[in-house]
Design a protein around this ligand. Structure first.
Ligand code: AP5
Ligand code: MG
Length: 213
């Protein structure tokens, strides 16, 4: 099963993917986490991606699709995957369909977490992210048990450099311009399910699971 998580920056794609991956026994593939890992390791992809991410812009489609197709070919993704952050443009959505077609797979479900813009900036500016595996916390809405430490793997929590109000605002603009059209793409294919993301995290999870029943 291939599931695509859709929603604006801060909508809760990462938060919900971490919960759903355990329930569904699917690997969570986050394009943002993969890029940040490349930046940390200083790879050529990481160096290029860093220039775009710092400005709140999208990394070029070709780089993203090559990265995701390679990741989908790894053994742990054989049974399927939860894709978080990709596709993010119409060309990426079409390229993903082509690549999945060659693997005799398809997008089975697109889960759209809808949250009003006003809430998003507040969530992003108070977010803390786990250094090791991308678990997400929030100083206002979802605090870790021990300050500065990830509940799940004990690693350090940090603030993503693209979570400053200016860059977050730019990411939202890019989202509305370039990413939101793919909601219609999946709606036309009959695989879209929309939930209200401005509810308790557990309620959102429950509604997303209902989408998949
Ligand atoms: P990426 O890392 O994917 O960032 P994003 O899409 O901007 O999404 P976020 O991770 O910011 O938000 P999220 O929806 O995961 O929310 P979260 O669960 O953390 O991408 C980063 C950059 O990489 C992009 O800007 C781009 O440059 C590049 N990139 C990545 N993919 C690309 C692609 N395909 N093409 C081109 N470029 C690409 O939640 C946010 C906060 O809210 C957390 O603090 C959380 O605790 C809190 N929260 C979550 N749910 C709730 C709730 N229900 N109530 C209250 N608080 C909540
Ligand atoms: Mg995320």
């Amino acid at each position: 099963m291939i599931i695509v998580m859709l929603g604006a920056p801060g909508a809760g794609k990462g938060t919900q993917s971490k919960v759903l991956q355990d329930h569904l026994h699917l690997v969570h593939i986050s394009s943002g986490d993969l890029l940040r890992e490349n930046i940390r390791r200083g790879t050529a992809l990481g160096k290029t991606a860093d220039e775009y991410i710092t400005k709140g812009e999208l990394v070029p489609d070709k780089l993203m699709i090559d990265m995701i197709v390679a990741r989908l070919g790894e053994p742990d993704a054989e049974q399927g995957a939860l894709l978080d952050g990709v596709p993010r443009t119409l060309p990426q959505a079409a390229a993903l369909d082509d690549a999945l077609d060659q693997m005799q797979k398809k997008v089975d479900s697109a889960l759209y977490i809808n949250v009003d813009d006003g809430v998003l900036i507040e969530r992003l500016s108070s977010r803390l992210t786990c250094r090791a595996r991308g678990h997400v916390f929030n100083l206002k809405f979802n605090r870790p048990q021990v300050e500065g430490i990830c509940d799940y793997d004990g690693s350090e929590l940090y603030q993503r450099p693209d979570d400053t109000p200016e860059t977050a605002q730019k990411r939202l603009e890019v989202y509305f311009e370039q990413t939101r059209p793919i909601i219609g793409y999946y709606r036309d294919k009959g695989v879209l399910c929309e939930v209200n993301g401005d509810q308790y995290i557990e309620t959102v999870t429950w509604e997303l699971q209902n989408c998949l029943r």
